[in-house]
Structures are given as structure tokens and as C-alpha cells.
Design a protein around this ligand. Structure first.
Ligand code: AMP
Ligand code: MG
Length: 342
């Protein structure tokens, strides 16, 4: 567990151009700044600043064998961190990567690529590959460009707990542990990027996200391959191919319980003195509760805020009715099932 005392004065900075310059100076001199992306808030350090990267693991309480994603502003930034020479990365892989990049980047898609030796082992947990993403959020892009090097950036939360989608979430979890937070408002997407490994045969989705299997396969089909989902529900028995998948994730202190019907939800609800019921399409259950309790809507955008609110409201349970809307959202269900395991 993390023994770090609160020895940082964490600056909460509105994400103005002037403050992004200030944040970039902090990162370039070896500090840690949290910043908004289109997925969730990330906790940034320069990829070549080993001590700052080390501090990310300390501040988050993140296990050191869970590698980080490196965030680049430009495709050409890859030159400094990846080794895409033909013996590591065939012309097939290069073309497949180029077309995926054209179609989905910048955006919520992370690639596992062969790394250059200069990338510190602490970033990749000793793996020979490095995870890379090209965020779309203007604040993230400006911060990376002004820092002048790619930034590692895991979610800016305490490891294992719900991810942060606002600057207030970051301050709640990490105030006193990091140098600054750039406040750029609420993250538009609300859940983490899709992580893919195109070096695997067939190519794999290691973590589902808003770039779905179907979207990826529209590109993969041009190359005569189809993506396979590694772990869509967190319950399969395969060994994890992505180190981070095995840990507690996204879980509030409240119990998260997934049920199949309103009847079941209400039977569980009455066992607790403080609980809330959620589902994908709350409208379709409007007025149907026999207990006259409100059924709230759950989406990618509000998932983490609701899980955090559950703890603020000292709920004992978050009950989720698995309906057709949730059934169609593999990424959201992946996070919910992991939260339910916590
Ligand atoms: P987070 O930083 O919480 O968004 O998590 C990053 C995810 O990417 C974790 O599930 C990591 O295990 C995964 N990841 C990062 N680098 C690699 C890599 N080189 N190979 C496979 N998975 C990776
Ligand atoms: Mg995370």
C-alpha cells in the first residue's frame, strides 16, 4: 500500500494556454501533472523522466507490473519510442497500422507496438512492447507538444477505484500526491481507450472501449483478418495477455451487483438500507417499480461519476439491471463487471 504522505502542494489550474505552458514546464522538469483527455483524466509524466514515472506508480498505488500507455501528439513522435523496423514490424503490420491510424487517430485507440530500448523498463513493466495512444483532446495535445516529449498517462485515480472524469475527481484522489491538475471540464467519452495488439495473430482487443470490435473489423477485413476479443466480461479463464487486466479495477466501496430483471433488482434492493438501481434504458422502466424507487440511467459518460457518487452518498450497493442497451455496450459492461468483482 502507498505510504506516501501528502507532501505536494497540488495546483488546480484552469486549462488556459498560459497554464498549459506552466504545466508543461512542470512535466519537463520531472513533475507530474494530471490532464483531461477525451476518455478520462490522465496522470502525466515525461516518458524519459524515470523518477517522475516512478512517482506515478507511488501516487496511484499502482502495481509496478502494470505498464503505462504513452501519449503522443504526432505520428512522427513514434520514432523516439518504437522500433518499427521490418524485422519487428512486417510490411503487413505497417500497412495495417497505417490504415487503423488514418481511420481512428487521434482518438480512443491504443496500439501495442515494439519498443525502442531507450524507453525505460518502468514504463513497460519490462515488456518488449510499448502501448501508444494519440489523444484528441486539445489540452492533452497542447501539453504534449509544449513538453516536447511523449507523456505516459494512466488514469489519474487511486489504483483499483473508479477512474476520474473531472478535475474534482482527480483532486479527491490525488491532492497532495502530484504537482498539478489541469481542469479542462468533463471528459466527453468517460471510459478508457480500446487497447489492441495487431502483432498477435489474429489481432486482439486487450481492453474494449468505444472503438468497438465491429468498427475495428471494418478495417481488419480489408487485410483478410478479424479482431478477437481477449476478455470482454472479465470472467473468462484465459491468462491475461495484458498485465493490467488481472487487478481490481474501477470498484467503489459500495458493492456493485448486476442482475437480470427489475424483480431481481428490487429483491436485492430491500436487503440494503442505502442502495440505488441503475440500468441502460431507465425510460423503459419508468413507473414500473413496485417499490416506487427511481431507476437511474447508466452510460459510458456517467459510469465513473455515479460509482464515485455512490461512495460520497455512502451507499451500500449499486444495483445494475442488465438490459438490451447494456448488452450492446461491451466496453461499459467490461468496466461494470470488473467493478462488481472488486
Ligand atoms: P491504464 O493506464 O489504467 O489505462 O491501463 C493501461 C492498460 O494498457 C493496462 O491494462 C495495461 O496492462 C495495458 N498495457 C500497457 N502496456 C502494455 C503492453 N506493452 N502490452 C500489453 N498491455 C499493455
Ligand atoms: Mg486506470
Amino acid at each position: 500500500m502507498n505510504t506516501l504522505t501528502h507532501d505536494y502542494q497540488t495546483l488546480l489550474l484552469e486549462a488556459s494556454h498560459k497554464n498549459i505552458t506552466k504545466a508543461a514546464q512542470i512535466v519537463a522538469s520531472g513533475g507530474n501533472v494530471a490532464f483531461p483527455t477525451e476518455t478520462v483524466y490522465g496522470l502525466g509524466a515525461g516518458v524519459f523522466h524515470e523518477e517522475a514515472v516512478q512517482n506515478i506508480f507511488r501516487a496511484k498505488g499502482r502495481p509496478s507490473d502494470n505498464p503505462l500507455i504513452v501519449h503522443c501528439a504526432e505520428k512522427q513522435d513514434l520514432v523516439s519510442i518504437t522500433d518499427l523496423s521490418p524485422q519487428n514490424f512486417s510490411p503487413f503490420h505497417q500497412e495495417f497500422f497505417d490504415v487503423l491510424f488514418e481511420r481512428f487517430c487521434p482518438g480512443p485507440l491504443t496500439f501495442i507496438l515494439p519498443k525502442k530500448n531507450v524507453v525505460p523498463d518502468i514504463v513497460t513493466a519490462g515488456l518488449h512492447t510499448v502501448a501508444v495512444r494519440f489523444p484528441k483532446h486539445p489540452v492533452a495535445l497542447e501539453l504534449i507538444r509544449k513538453t516536447g516529449e511523449p507523456l505516459v498517462a494512466p488514469s489519474a485515480n487511486r489504483s483499483g477505484y473508479p477512474s476520474p472524469t473531472t478535475a474534482a475527481h482527480v483532486m479527491h484522489d490525488l491532492e497532495g500526491r502530484i504537482d498539478a491538475v489541469l481542469d479542462g471540464g468533463t471528459c466527453a467519452l468517460g471510459i478508457e481507450s480500446t487497447v489492441i495488439n495487431i502483432l498477435a495473430n489474429p489481432p486482439h482487443i486487450l481492453r474494449p472501449g468505444s472503438i468497438t470490435l465491429d468498427k475495428l473489423n471494418t478495417v481488419a477485413e480489408q487485410f483478410g483478418v478479424r479482431f478477437e476479443e481477449n476478455s470482454t466480461n472479465g470472467k473468462d479463464k484465459q491468462p491475461p495477455l495484458s498485465p493490467g487486466m488481472k487487478y481490481r479495477h474501477y470498484a467503489p466501496n459500495a458493492q456493485v451487483l448486476i442482475v437480470d430483471s427489475l424483480e431481481e433488482a428490487e429483491a436485492v434492493f430491500v436487503r440494503f438500507s442505502r442502495a440505488k438501481i441503475f440500468t441502460g434504458s431507465a425510460k423503459s422502466l419508468l413507473g414500473k417499480s413496485t417499490l416506487n424507487t427511481t431507476i437511474y440511467a447508466l452510460s459510458e459518460q456517467n459510469l465513473y461519476a455515479e460509482l464515485r457518487a455512490a461512495d460520497d452518498e455512502r451507499l451500500e450497493a449499486v444495483i445494475v439491471i442488465y438490459d438490451d442497451v447494456l448488452r450492446q455496450n461491451v466496453a461499459l459492461m467490461n468496466r461494470l463487471r470488473k467493478a462488481a468483482e472488486g
